[in-house]
Design a protein around this ligand. Structure first.
Ligand code: FAD
Length: 444
């Protein structure tokens, strides 16, 4: 049983989105012949493609990526395109309390490396429409601005992040106006991209370095075989000694007993308007190409796209049914008009959703299984995986080749499997409770 409505898992068709409508994504063949591979990666998002790319390019190990749907079907093909922090939902303060300052600094250093890595990969010839030189988190109420300013100081002083604070007046001059803008925290160096063009570019790099990607090839059975594994897809099987599980919010509970009930997928939804005119942009004082989110517990994230359309995203419901998605689209459209009143009646051209992945400890999970050293995993990006998943793919590649037979030297917040979370129904009900709790605690 899956956590959400079957529609959320339909890999037999492309996932429609503004990105899908504006990118050329060459298809990949199904796995059609039985074969063997050094490494098999399950999941063809940023984690899986980055692992395969770095295995092939940096370590000369050829991997085969098996993707259940068409190329770009998962969250990597339909996200907001923020290349930013943080892949943990745990606050930096709580992380320091749990893991100490040194390990928390290592975690954030890895996150910043992830942003640099995406930029470096773009420089290798991926045209993914990079935009902006920072991302911003906007105080949605005057009452939260002092805490946001204090948080910036903390992140700079304790963690060495390139963060800065702008008061409402300063941010109005370079960012935007609207009813929910009371100053902003910026992160220098973060930026926005076309996520599906980035994914397609990664896939092209993977191919250039000799690794193989098979689309429409879900792993439907995974069995042990004389020291290795046989992975079965509908078209053929593949033998290997080393597997990377890179399925994040789409991880089937049945894929392997070690991963059952360890992920909490959550739905995130996006709407995209028709192109806005200069006059419409001026009406809300929109001036920035930088991606923005806000300080709500259940946050909104938004950005102006290169063709003048406005992307607005937020929480996406708790069932994943088409009827609920229609209600969420209507709600996001209403909220867009409340935050930016001049855009109240602007037409919405695209709406879609996808699954992000939370864990029970609110930090991502990277590693290899203690009792099956051939099985590696990386998941749990808490809705911020563009940079972090790319980084994790590279890190897992290195671990496979250079840290065989010894523990992987990771920042403590990332290490090992997160706790079990219970049956899918319990997880869905639990998420509803979390949403209600967050909603009640929303600063007014
Ligand atoms: C609406 C939305 C907005 C978001 N916005 C942002 C953002 O602005 N910035 C940001 O950093 N992050 C954002 N995220 C999160 C980000 O997209 C993810 O963290 C990231 O893409 C995860 O990459 P991944 O490779 O780990 O997983 P995915 O990209 O989800 O890929 C996992 C893949 O595994 C495949 N799979 C599952 N089971 C099997 C199987 N049995 N066999 C083979 N393949 C299988 C799936 O088909 C899927 O394609 C957003 C996510 C969503 C949904």
């Amino acid at each position: 049983m899956a956590v959400y409505h079957p529609d959320a898992y339909r890999t037999d068709r492309k996932a429609p989105s503004y990105w899908e409508a504006t990118a050329v994504v060459p298809p990949a063949p199904r796995l059609a012949a039985d074969q063997a591979a050094d490494v098999v990666v399950i999941g063809g998002g940023y984690t899986g493609l980055s692992a395969a790319l770095h295995l092939a390019r940096d370590h000369h190990v050829s991997a085969v990526v098996l993707e259940a749907g068409p190329i770009g079907w998962g969250a990597s093909g339909r996200n907001g395109g923020f290349v930013s922090l943080s892949s943990a939902k745990l606050s930096a303060e709580a992380m320091i309390a749990r893991h100490g300052e040194a390990e928390t600094r290592r975690f954030y250093a890895a996150e910043m490396e992830g942003i640099d890595l995406v930029r470096a990969l773009l420089a290798e010839g991926i045209d993914a429409d990079p935009q902006g030189d920072a991302t911003y988190e906007v105080a949605h109420r005057a009452s939260v601005a002092p805490a946001l300013r204090a948080s910036v100081d903390f992140h700079v002083r304790k963690l060495g992040l390139p963060a800065f604070f702008m008061d409402r007046h300063a941010f109005t001059k370079m960012g935007h106006g609207g009813t929910e803008q009371f100053g902003a925290a910026g992160l220098r160096g973060a930026f926005g991209i076309h996520p599906l063009k980035y994914l397609a570019g990664l896939r092209a790099l993977v191919a250039r370095h000799g690794a193989k990607v098979h689309a429409d090839s879900p792993v439907i059975a995974w069995t042990r075989d004389s020291g290795g594994y046989i992975l079965t897809t509908p078209g053929a099987t593949i033998r290997t000694r080393t597997v990377v599980v890179a399925t994040n919010g789409y991880t089937p509970d049945t894929i392997h007993r070690a991963f059952a009930n360890r992920t909490l997928p959550a739905i995130s939804s996006i709407i995209v308007t028709r192109p806005l005119t200069e006059a419409e942009l001026a009406a809300v004082g929109w001036r920035t190409a930088c991606p923005v989110s806000n300080t709500r517990n259940l946050l909104f994230y938004y950005r102006l796209l290169p063709d003048g359309r406005f992307l607005f995203g937020g929480r996406g419901g708790t069932s994943g049914s088409p009827a609920e998605q229609a209600r969420v689209t209507a709600w996001l459209t209403r909220r867009l008009g409340e935050v930016f009143p001049p855009w109240k009646d602007v037409e919405i051209d695209h709406a879609w959703n996808g699954l992000v992945c939370l864990t029970g400890r609110l930090t991502p999970a990277l590693g290899r299984l203690d009792d099956e050293p051939g099985v590696h995993y990386a998941f749990g990006w808490h809705g911020n995986g563009v940079a972090a998943a790319t980084w994790a793919g590279r890190r897992i590649a290195r671990a496979i080749v250079e840290e065989k037979g010894r523990p992987i030297d990771l920042p403590a917040p990332l290490r090992g499997l997160p706790p079990h979370l219970g049956h899918p129904l319990i997880r869905r009900v639990g998420l509803k409770a979390v949403y209600a709790w967050y909603g009640l605690r929303e600063p007014q």
